[in-house]
Design a protein around this ligand. Structure first.
Ligand SMILES: *Cc1c(COP(=O)(O)O)cnc(C)c1O
Length: 365
């Protein structure tokens, strides 16, 4: 039995176990695919829901870390991490510049206002910048026609130290691939001697030629897949999170009985149903339909009916040993988070990021 007292003094049998050995293994897989690149481990969104500092500690051999905000980068610096720390969207306000400079935080520069901030700054120790070029993702980045001028202005800017050239792929994980974006990036940057960074997890796994000076793995480090049709296991990735709970009640149903709100599942024959202490307020997706994979007492089965706020139903008709107190894996080593996500019409990324703050976390490995 798992008994944990969380901050609220509750003893619900739910927790997320973070496998630090899996994180380290997955970093090694990234290195195997990109043996000549430095690795910027992406730990935004609280380390994809695994805990930013916990992940950074497990991946302390990474050459750098990518985060969202300056505040996160400063937290890492203050925790003693000495490697490159990159704010992936750059700074939002000019008054963040001195703090970034003082802590040697690298910043993405993707827009004219961010460039202006640097141009008008004075008495600032120069910053390392990652110049982001829009090669077709159309989210962040300098337009191709503006790039030469933008690069030149950065190059002569007194507030700028090293410049790394960066782009991000829109379809590294699916059919169109990266060819157009890679060609444009090469055309634009040809002849410029500066380090480059292109690849996210999908590109690292699929397009070795995109593994240049730096690579930026995210999801693969957590042992989930960036692809729809290839599993994490196929790429030798190990799940870094086990989201687990227990059966807290067992119901016996006759044919015609319904389960949960709306009775959207009706038993066609006599069944045994387990009630699990995990609901959408824990971060389990409410839109998980009947049939979503889940494991009870080490056996694969399926969810039944609507997910409630704090509970969900599972089919234990074929698991006679299942009883109150039986362990349940929502996702982890046995139930790939990607399989749950696929049933919910989403991706593993979203589920991992959404585990609720009320769930106690524990490290293992
Ligand atoms: C999130 C992010 C990554 C990591 O992407 P994955 O698909 O998780 O590997 C890489 N680069 C940038 C700029 C990102 O924002």
């Amino acid at each position: 039995m798992i008994i944990r007292h969380d901050a609220l003094g509750m003893t619900r049998p739910i927790q997320a176990i973070i496998h630090t050995d899996a994180l380290r293994h997955n970093l090694m897989v990234a290195r195997r695919h990109a043996p000549h690149s430095k690795i910027l481990a992406v730990i935004k969104a609280n380390g994809y829901g695994h805990g930013m500092l916990r992940v950074a500690q497990a991946l302390k051999d990474a050459d750098g870390f990518g985060v969202l905000s300056l505040a996160e980068a400063v937290t890492l610096r203050e925790a003693g991490f000495q490697q490159t720390l990159l704010a992936l969207e750059g700074l939002f306000e000019a008054d963040e510049l001195p703090l970034a400079a003082r802590h040697h935080i690298s910043v993405v520069v993707h827009s004219e206002p961010q460039l202006r901030m640097l141009e008008v700054a004075h008495d600032l120790p120069p910053l390392d910048v990652f110049l982001k070029i829009n090669t077709g993702m159309n989210r962040l980045g300098v337009a191709d026609k503006d790039f030469p001028n933008f690069y030149e202005r950065l190059r002569i800017c007194k507030a700028v130290n090293a410049i790394t050239l960066m782009t991000h792929f829109a379809t590294a994980d699916e059919a169109p691939g990266i060819a157009d974006q890679l060609t444009l990036f090469k055309q634009l940057t040809d002849g410029i001697s500066a380090p480059r960074t292109l690849a996210n997890s999908a590109a690292i796994l699929r397009y070795p030629k995109t593994c240049v000076d730096w690579v930026r793995p995210g999801i693969m480090l957590y042992g989930a897949t960036p692809f729809t049709r290839e599993s994490a296991a196929q790429h030798d990735l190990q799940p870094a999170m086990t989201f687990q709970s227990e059966v807290i009640a067992v119901q016996t149903l006759q044919a015609g009985d319904g389960i949960g709100y709306g009775r959207c599942f009706i038993a066609e024959k006599p069944m045994r149903v387990g009630t699990v202490a995990c609901g959408y307020a824990d971060g389990y997706p409410r839109h998980a339909p009947t049939g979503t994979p889940i494991a009870v007492a080490g056996k694969m089965t399926r969810t039944l009916g609507r997910v409630s706020m704090d509970m969900l139903g599972v089919d234990i008709s074929d698991i006679p040993e299942a009883a109150i107190g039986s362990p349940v894996e929502l996702w982890g080593k046995q139930v790939p988070v990607d399989a749950v996500a696929q049933m919910c019409g989403t991706i593993g990324y979203e589920l991992l990021c959404a585990v609720a703050a009320r769930v106690p976390f524990k490290e293992h490995g």
